[in-house]
Write a protein that binds this ligand. Structure first.
Ligand code: ATP
Ligand code: MG
Length: 281
C-alpha cells in the first residue's frame, strides 16, 4: 500500500474525530497531529478555478515530517494559491488536503488550521512596530487569548525561556529590547518567523522570504530555515535560485497549477521541461 492509501484508510477511520472534538467543546491542538507515517502533508488532486481558469490543476504533492521543501515555478504557476489552500484561505473545487493522518484541512477554517499547527509567513513582515522585539514574541505567544492581558501579566519562567530560545534561534538576542520598528527589513522578517515559532507550528509555510534582503541577510535566512527543518517541516516558495540552491534538498517545480518536476536542484535544473518553461517566461 502506498503512503497515500495508508493515510486514506486511517484517515477514514478517524473522520469522526473532529466532530468528537467539537462535541466535547475543545479545539484542535498541535499535538493532535499524527505524522507517524512520515508524511506531514498530503495534497491530492487539488483543483482551484478562478472564473474557469485553473490556478491549480489536479495538484498532488506530499511533504515529509521534518523536511525542508522548496517550491519553484514561473509567475502564476500556482505557488501562492497552493499555500492559500493549505491554510484554508482558498477552498479547492476538487481534491483532498490532509495534515498528518487525521486532520482534514478542508474541513477546518483558517483559525482552526493555524491552531492545528500550520504557520504561514507572508512576504511583508507584520510586526508590532512600537513594541520591543521581546514583547512582539510575547504577544505572539498569546495566540487567540487576549494579548494585552498577557503583556500586563507576569511571564512564567517557562514562557520567558521559550522567548529567549526563540530570540537565540532567529538571531535577535542582542536586539531583544529594541523597538521592532527600528529593525532592518531582514531582522523584521526573522522576528516574524520568531513570532510564528511561538505558536509551535509543525509545518511552516514561507512565501518568498528573501525578497528585498541584502546578501548577508539572505545567507542568514538560509541558515535559519535550515535550522528550523527537522523539528518541523518547512515549505519555502522562492524565485531566487542561488538561495534555493543553498538550502534545497528536494525541489518541486510547479507549472500551470501542477507539478512539472521534482528532485534535487541539479535534477530539476537540468530537466528539459523545466528549462523550457523558464525560457518561455
Ligand atoms: N483571487 C484570484 N482571482 C483570480 N485569479 C487568481 C486569484 N488568485 C490567483 N489567481 C491567478 O491564479 C494563477 C496562480 O497565481 P499564484 O498567485 O498562485 O501564482 P504564483 O505561482 O504564486 O506566482 P508568483 O510567482 O508571481 O507569486 C495566476 O494566473 C493568478 O493570476
Ligand atoms: Mg506567489
Amino acid at each position: 500500500m502506498n503512503q497515500a492509501s495508508v493515510r486514506a484508510t486511517t484517515g477514514r477511520l478517524q473522520q469522526p474525530y473532529r466532530r468528537l472534538l467539537r462535541r466535547r467543546g475543545s479545539a484542535l491542538r498541535a499535538d493532535d497531529l499524527d505524522a507517524s507515517h512520515g508524511t506531514i502533508l498530503y495534497l491530492e488532486d487539488i483543483t482551484v478555478s478562478f472564473d474557469g481558469f485553473k490556478a491549480l490543476n489536479a495538484l498532488t504533492l506530499y511533504v515529509d515530517a521534518g523536511e525542508l521543501r522548496c517550491i519553484i515555478g514561473p509567475n502564476g504557476a500556482g505557488k501562492t494559491t497552493m499555500m492559500d489552500v493549505i491554510t484554508g484561505k482558498t477552498r479547492p473545487d476538487h481534491g483532498s488536503a490532509w495534515f498528518g493522518q487525521t486532520i482534514d484541512l478542508l474541513a477546518l477554517d483558517e483559525p482552526e488550521i493555524a491552531q492545528s499547527g500550520i504557520g504561514r509567513k507572508f512576504q511583508r513582515p507584520t510586526v508590532f512596530e512600537n513594541h520591543s522585539v521581546f514583547e512582539n514574541l510575547e504577544l505572539a505567544m498569546a495566540g487567540d487569548r487576549s494579548p494585552w492581558k498577557l503583556l500586563a501579566a507576569k511571564l512564567s519562567g517557562e514562557q520567558r525561556d521559550s522567548i529567549e530560545q526563540t530570540l537565540q534561534l532567529v538571531g535577535l538576542k542582542d536586539r531583544s529590547g529594541a523597538r521592532a520598528g527600528s529593525l532592518s527589513h531582514g531582522q523584521k522578517q526573522w522576528l516574524e518567523i520568531g513570532m510564528l515559532l511561538m505558536q509551535r507550528p509543525r509545518l511552516l509555510l514561507v512565501d518568498e522570504p528573501v525578497a528585498g534582503m541584502t546578501p548577508q541577510e539572505t545567507e542568514r535566512t538560509a541558515e535559519l530555515l535550515l535550522s528550523l527543518a527537522g523539528e518541523r517541516s518547512v515549505i519555502v516558495v522562492e524565485h531566487d535560485m542561488d538561495f534555493v540552491r543553498s538550502i534545497a534538498r528536494t525541489v518541486t517545480v510547479l507549472h500551470e497549477g501542477s507539478v512539472l518536476a521534482e528532485g534535487t536542484i541539479d535534477q530539476v535544473q537540468n530537466d528539459p521541461r523545466v528549462v523550457e518553461v523558464y525560457l518561455g517566461e
